[in-house]
Unconditional design. Sequence first.
Length: 289
Amino acid sequence: MMRKLAFLLRPSWLILAVIVAAFAYLCFTVLAPWQLGKNNSTEHRNQLIADSVQADPVAVTDVLDGDSGNHTEWRKVTATGTFVPESTVLVRLRHLDGAPGYAVLAAFRLDDGRTLLVDRGLVAAVDGTRPPAIAAPPAGPQRIEARVRASEGVVPDKTPSTQDGFRQVYTVDTTQESTVLATPLTPIPTGTDKGGYLQLAADQPGAFTPTPLPQLDAGPYLSYGLQWLAFGLMAPLGLGYFVVAELKARRRDRPQPSAPTPPTRTTTADTPTQPTTEARLADRYGRTR
């Protein structure tokens, strides 16, 4: 049996076996867990959003002081205070109804003195290239209702700038906007390493078009994860199929021993032949009947 499988030690078969083993390993340890993990995080996010829709808003100070649990993103909160004058910052590369737009940020100082970052909503770009005139947020004491959102982080090669009379950034990030505004902003704890901010709900003081909530569907991540698991199983099975096919081909092409050929009987003029029955009868009785 070992001699039959000796062809597997050839370089081509060894390379194929290593590739199949590496692919199967990646499927089970990297690719499938990656997609299944995204599915779990998406389901968790959707559950938080669904719960927040039904829940009553809580005071943002309770979230800031850690009295509302760990997972606070998407939680509806209320805040009382005043908008900080001249604190408008625009977020580039946003879309409103499929067209280029901007998200409008501002700072909101609570009654206890802490300052939060607030996303006022989306505005359409003028001619798709520049921001419109942005109305300042209302002055004086305000009570706003919003959702807690986690910061998006920063893009290393996308630095803040000032264009068309507005400070502009590429992401909503509490730490970055604190530097841009030169104002200490208090990050809202969200249960992650990214400090959160407030996203204004519709019909709130100073709100523009609210950023829509994500679609509450799990997406394709579960099916993708199962597909990678299936690929991880199919790869070794495919290798086994080719090994069996090679064994069958070698068995079919192997020369088979020939069967012995029975001797043939030849008749020549010098070889006496046995007379037939009719000839014997003719010799004995003559040709007449």
